[in-house]
Write a protein that binds this ligand. Structure first.
Ligand code: OGA
Ligand code: ZN
Ligand code: ZN
Length: 389
């Protein structure tokens, strides 16, 4: 663990407070609650050896747990504790430094690059290489994580190929509508996507409380005039809105909107604010679909302010400053993180040439599962500091 070893410098001193242990190095003082340490013991009694899952039942740890004895072995950079319940645990100081929660440090998050129309077009990767070469697949997954969008080129124009690709990098997320979703001019279709009309940038299926977090759009053929694709980085728009107009941002986080998508056989509905934050206050999900929003049913005093904010957001989303416009070729498979990036298209002329897409949805967690395994970061480091076999 070379990078962890740089994180702390010996000499260290150890002190025991009432409910926590203090570890002091020349750079910092770190504190670890006894209950937290006892909960993270990595001995065979406390962990399932073959899976590294917790075996000790946290609720059974005595609330007055504390070390009866504590010893810092400088040579081995290890702390040995004998607890007042008779159990013994050892902790590597490098592991403690890497898991220090007492210095206000947030968990490191992966690199995200917010973009505007300057991006021009999403990063591109060749289908055969993404499917066949782990290094290229990892580069594709990195690009998805950083930009929230990528194009997989030269995807065979074969029925259902998009679902096969989804199963290479994760799994298909099924919804009430077809598993593999045909998008082409269809006067009987249940969705505005089946018309030749422009589709302003939107996110699909806001009518689910958890909309699909990835959308794949495979251009089996794209020979009509028009129909250029558009993408907008919703997180970039929201970062600017939050900075310049925090009240507008707040009301979008607060007022619930109901969305509906239905067909002859299905009816999906969900009510949620357009913007949802994670527990650190970062934007997690943007749902935006002008075409699917039902009449707003919010407290009377919020409606005027909501519409001001919603119109501002809609203008930003549809502006040339944020929107990239590019034509997908036959064989392009456009993939987007759809809790972040909005997609759309310009109007097209259905008599000028064939245009047929197949879409599937996926979940971001499955894509990141693939990323973690390919980058070899899926096995935890034991708190004793010994690598798992
Ligand atoms: C969709 C969609 C865009 C296009 O299928 O959800 O927005 O290019 N289609 O037709
Ligand atoms: Zn133990
Ligand atoms: Zn769509």
């Amino acid at each position: 663990m070379p990078q962890q070893q740089n994180a702390v410098r010996l000499p260290l001193t150890l002190a025991l407070a009432d409910r926590y242990l203090e570890l002091t190095s020349p750079e910092r003082e770190s504190k670890f609650h006894y209950i937290w340490l006892r909960d993270n013991c990595w001995c065979e009694e406390c962990r399932v050896a073959q899976s590294a899952e917790r075996r000790i039942y946290t609720a059974d740890i005595p609330p007055d747990i504390a070390p009866a004895e504590a010893h810092l072995d400088h040579d081995a950079a290890t702390i040995h504790l004998r607890w007042n319940d008779g159990h013994s645990s050892s902790f590597s100081v490098w592991w403690l430094a890497a898991n220090d929660y007492s210095n206000g440090a947030e968990e490191p998050s992966p690199k995200v690059t917010l973009w505007t129309s300057d991006l021009g077009s999403p990063p591109r990767f060749e289908h055969g290489a993404v499917v066949g070469r782990p290094d290229v697949q990892l580069a594709y997954l990195d690009a998805m994580r950083e930009y929230g969008a990528a194009i997989v080129t030269r995807t065979p124009s074969v029925d259902g190929e998009v679902a096969r690709f989804a199963e290479v990098v994760g799994h298909v997320r099924e919804t009430a509508f077809e598993r593999v979703h045909n998008v082409r001019h269809d006067p009987q279709g249940y969705n505005v996507a089946h018309t030749p009309l422009e589709l302003k940038p939107h996110t699909d299926l806001p009518s689910y409380h958890w909309p699909p977090s990835i959308q794949l759009l495979h251009f089996l053929v794209n020979e009509s005039t028009g129909g250029e694709s558009t993408l907008v980085d919703g997180w970039s728009v929201l970062a600017d809105l939050r900075r310049d107009n925090p009240d507008a941002f707040d009301i979008l986080c607060r007022v619930p909107v109901t969305f509906q998508l239905f067909s002859e056989d299905e009816d999906t509905r969900a009510t949620a604010p357009l913007v949802q934050l994670d527990t650190s206050g970062r934007v997690q999900t943007l749902r935006f679909s002008n075409q699917l929003a039902l009449p707003l049913h919010a407290p009377f005093e919020d409606v005027g302010e909501f519409y001001d904010a919603y119109q501002l957001l809609g203008k930003m989303i549809d502006s040339d400053y944020y929107k990239i416009v590019f034509k997908c070729n036959t064989g392009d498979l456009l993939t987007v993180h759809s809790h972040r990036v909005l997609h759309g298209r310009k109007a097209f002329d259905p008599v000028s040439g064939a245009r047929h897409l197949q879409d599937v949805y996926m979940e971001w967690d499955d894509l990141m599962d693939r990323h973690n395994v390919l980058s070899g970061t899926h096995k935890p480091t034991p708190s004793t500091g010994v690598d798992l076999a």
